[in-house]
Structure formats: C-alpha cells, structure tokens
Design a binder for this molecule. Structure first.
Ligand code: SF4
Length: 392
C-alpha cells in the first residue's frame, strides 16, 4: 500500500459522505499554522516574510481545535512556521488524533530528536520532513549549515521509534532532478515511507523571483521527474502528476486545502492572501472562488502547487475515463518504506554509501553541488534562532 489503510478508508468514507450529502465545496486537507515563528530563514519561504509583523503570535490549542472541528477535513497538515517549536504540540496532536484525523506534521526536522518522546507511533501520524536536495543544496536553501544532517538524524530516530516518516520536496528552477532521485534513493535506505513533491510558488513576499519556474518550465521539470522517481513511493497522486507534466488540465480548488493561522482563515489559498476570515463558513461563503485559478488572476498564472490542484485531482476535476482505476492501482502498487521493483544501481550505491553529502551522484549526473552554484540574494529576515526562542 502507498499510504496506511486507515488513511485510504478514512478519506474514501469522507468523500462518499460528502458526495451523498450533495456538498459542493468541502476541504480535504486542512493546513493548520499554530504559529509563524521558525528557527530557519529558508530562501523560498513566504511565511516568515508575509507574517513578519505577527511572527510572535500563536494560536491556543483550543483555537486550533475549534478550527479543526469547524473545518472537518480528515487530514490536518500541521505547518507554520515550524510547528515543532509550538509549546503544546504534543497535546494538540493528541487531541487531533483523538478526533480520528490523520496528521502530517510538516517540519524542518531540527527538533524531532528533542521532542520525539512526546509522541506515540500510530498509522495516523506522519513526520513530514522538508528536504529540498542533498546536504549541500538543502543547507543552502535553508540558509544554515548542519540542517540536513540534523533532519536526517531526526528521521533515523523517528523510524527507529516506529513512526511513519515522509519527505516533502519543493522543486525550484535550478533543482537538479537527478539529485532529487539520489535524495529519494538515500531516504529509502532509511526506511522513509513516502515522498511528496511539488513545484514552488512565487510568493509576492519573496524577493528572489529567479528561483521560481514558469508553467512550461514546471512541465518540463516534472516530465523528467516522473520517469526518474517512479520507483519511489511518491504520495503525490498520479492525476496531479499528469497535470504537472502537462498531460491534462485541472482547475484550482483552493477550498480543498484551507489554511488557518493566528490571523484567521487565509483566503483564497495557502499561497495568496486577499483576506483573513474569522470563521470557516465566512471563508467558504465570502471568498469569490470564481475569480481565482489559472487564466482568472495574474497571480495564479504560474501556480501549479498541490495546495491548489491536488484536491482537484482527488475530487475528480476534469475527470477522464479510467481515473478511478488509475487511483486504485496507484494506491495498491505503492510500497511504504520500500522501493517499487528491484533496486537499480542508484539505490545499490545509496545503500553502499550510507550518506548523502551531495558529492557523489550515483550515476555521475549533475555536479554534486545541486543548487550550490546559486548565489541567490536573500530577502531580509531579522529572525535568528535565539530570537525565536525568546519569543516562545
Ligand atoms: S491557482 Fe489557486 S492555489 Fe494557486 S495561487 Fe491561485 S488561488 Fe492560490
């Protein structure tokens, strides 16, 4: 199975219930940002820049839970900021799990080892660790040395303790897909259960526009990625991947991935902010959905991110004959924590090397530095790690 059975059955039951009730707009994955503070200043991150003036604000656990209940989505993606620095994260997770939801705890991995003992392994909780390349590349993207190594130590500790772990990779213009294949081969040797992958979105608050891709560039990049990454347990749906390769069109369904943070329900989507709404109902009712999406708003022109289009794929937008069968075989053909098929030279070498410093692409592709060749001017951020902890 590509994902735990509990996740497949819970999502199938939820979708059936919603379709039978005739609901038109309903969420699949709630993006819950209890805080925006972070211990890192990643180059492509819009949050720490957009929410600079409220970076020291936090939701209470009760506010988070009310939002989870109002929203009703079966999956909660806990993100931020860095959720692992949220003081009551253990209580928050326990309460959400008690509601029979699944949680993707999206983290940079720096505090997994420190806080692991606060959690219990379950098929409903994933540590979803953000990794944008091998060691050199990733540390450049997050603008700090040592982050990759600590995230890897966190992954190892979580797997040793019996937790589910996924990786989450954002693809930028200069991302070397061969390097991402090497990263996945390496993560597979650690028993990582699945991999998410999505193109970056060009946030208005991020000054370094040259790192983002146009629609055509995204399609080229994902045509290359699909072939190279098909052996790994990719948890991004096959229909969304077809969209990323330019093989089908989808329309944005941003209401499928609503975002709640200390300022309220962020509309219209995880990426753009035109309003913050006080309640989930106001967010759904008052957002002019027909104005957003490719061809409708210039800010949506090059957006193909999962927060806008993965829900469209799951909900059967622009449905084609055979889609249901495709989704079913895709779910059953996956292998959590393992490789689909026999190991290739790349995987054998990853196993033999036992490390991932970005200097040794298994097939000799790329320069081993990934985007280390980039000299990206970074948007100013005054937030140091010490400051984050002073805030908290
Ligand atoms: S296409 Fe959808 S998800 Fe992307 S920026 Fe526009 S509204 Fe947001």
């Amino acid at each position: 199975m590509r994902v735990p059975l509990s996740l497949t059955t819970s999502m199938a039951g939820y979708l059936t219930g919603k379709k039978l009730s005739g609901a038109q707009k309903f969420p699949l994955v709630m993006m819950l940002e209890p805080l925006h503070a972070c211990n890192l200043t990643c180059t492509g991150c819009g949050r720490i820049r957009e929410y600079k003036s409220t970076i020291n604000e936090m939701l209470t656990v009760e506010e988070c839970l009310k939002a989870v209940d109002d929203c009703g989505a079966p999956i909660v993606s806990l993100c931020g900021g860095e959720p692992m620095i949220y003081p009551e994260l253990d209580r928050l997770c326990k309460e959400i799990l008690d509601r029979k939801k699944h949680i993707y705890l999206c983290t940079n991995g720096m505090f997994i080892r420190k806080r692991l003992k606060e959690f219990k392994p379950t098929s409903r909780l994933f540590f979803n660790v953000h990794l944008d390349g091998l060691e050199k590349t990733h540390d450049i993207c997050v603008e700090r040395d040592g982050v990759f190594r600590e995230a890897i130590e966190g992954i190892k500790a979580a797997k040793a303790a019996g937790f589910l772990v996924t990786s989450n990779t954002t693809v930028y213009k200069e991302t070397d897909i061969e390097e991402i294949a090497d990263l996945f081969a390496y993560l597979q040797t650690l028993g990582v259960d699945g991999h998410m992958i999505s193109p970056a979105y060009s946030y208005a608050a991020v000054m370094t526009k040259e790192i983002f891709m146009s629609r055509d560039e995204i399609r080229d990049k994902f045509r290359q990625a699909s072939k190279l990454l098909e052996r790994y347990n990719i948890v991004t749906s096959p229909i969304y991947m077809e969209y990323l390769r330019g093989e089908r069109e989808l329309m944005c369904t941003a209401w499928g991935n609503p975002t709640y943070n200390p300022r309220g329900w962020k509309g219209p989507c995880y990426l753009m902010t035109d309003a913050h709404h006080a309640t989930f109902k106001e967010f759904i009712d008052n957002t002019p959905w027909e104005k957003y999406g490719h061809g409708r708003d210039p800010r949506c022109e090059d957006c193909m991110v999962h927060a806008g289009y993965e829900a469209s794929a799951v909900l059967g937008g622009n449905k084609k004959l055979g889609d249901t069968w495709k989704m079913l075989t895709w779910t059953l053909s996956g292998k959590m924590g393992g490789l689909i098929g026999e190991p290739s030279e790349r995987e054998l070498q990853a196993k033999q090397n036992g490390h991932a410093n970005g200097n040794g692409h298994s097939n000799g592709h790329g320069n081993g530095n990934g985007s280390a060749k980039r000299a990206i001017p970074v948007a100013p951020s005054n937030q140091s790690q010490d400051e984050v902890f002073r805030i908290l």
